[in-house]
Design a protein around this ligand. Sequence first.
Ligand code: AHG
Ligand code: MN
Ligand code: MN
Ligand code: MN
Length: 331
Amino acid sequence: MKKGVTSLGRFLIEEQRRFPEATGDFTLILEQIAFAAKIISREVNKAGLINILGKAYSVNVHGEEQQKLDVYANQKMIEALDHIGKVCAMASEEEDDVIHVPDRYPKGKYVVVFDPLDGSSNIDVNISIGTIFGIYKRVSEGENGCEKDFLQKGRKLVGAGYVIYGSSTMFVYSTGNGVSGFTLDPSVGEFLLSHPNIKIPEKGKIYSINEANYHRWDEKIRKYVEYIKNLEERQYTSRYIGSLVADFHRNLLKGGVFLYPGDSKNPKGKLRLLYEANPLAYIVEQAGGLATDGEQMILDIQPESLHQKTPLIIGSKWEVETYLKFMRGEA
Ligand code: AHG
Ligand code: MN
Ligand code: MN
Ligand code: MN
């Protein structure tokens, strides 16, 4: 008999049942992030109709002009998590410092990092954008969380995922037992399981990189990109959307590699370790892929600060391993 559709809620309960020691805290955090995603998705889908487009006339810690939707999405993520008593602190691309749960709410044993709206430059031109999140068990003592809780290696993540607001809205996450994808059915307002057990192809035919930076790349990077472009056994195509979540999601499903390397102007590249590279590196490893900064695996980097940047090369095993060979002068 054909099994009915599995909602995210049902999937989370069935996942939780597999771990008798599970307390349900984690399930609630993921459900709340999914709730925030639905609210953000609603605004994204009508952004052109209300005054949520355009600039917020404020700047974040990166000196980036904040879009109204950056600020809105950030607020919705905080509101979804601050009162449930499962989280003791949060860190966001859009907030300089650690976001503490207000005293009036109970604290929990997890901390959550997030990029509330990824691909902000694409909001006003109706191109796919996303939200990225990661969940850690707190390691600090005392009532409130602190920066130390966020400076854990990505290897310590207990869960991570992203939302992509594209032709449909999808919620993709892992808690260490494989990667599952859910598609929002707006008619019922539920995320329904559409991509069980996502695995990234061993090698692909897509490479994603902003070639406008070519003149600033290290010679080894240029050689790698030329090698990929001229590969005999298969013809690659270039796809670059400028929204990390969208570029990553396409490569996760179809295979391929996304690269935002360091260059002569930005030695550590542009992407942030805590709430962009680590959560996606966690997902890609769970799906059988790899993520590196060119020297070590992303998940093994010891973070030093909340907003530190890292070069990010992420995707199919073959493309990432080949990149590392070029960086080590072995290819
Ligand atoms: P955010 O909008 O969260 O600041 O992230 C933007 C990032 C990422 O989404 C994308 O891959 C990258 O910026 C694109 O950078 P370039 O425009 O320099 O290629
Ligand atoms: Mn930004
Ligand atoms: Mn981003
Ligand atoms: Mn962002």
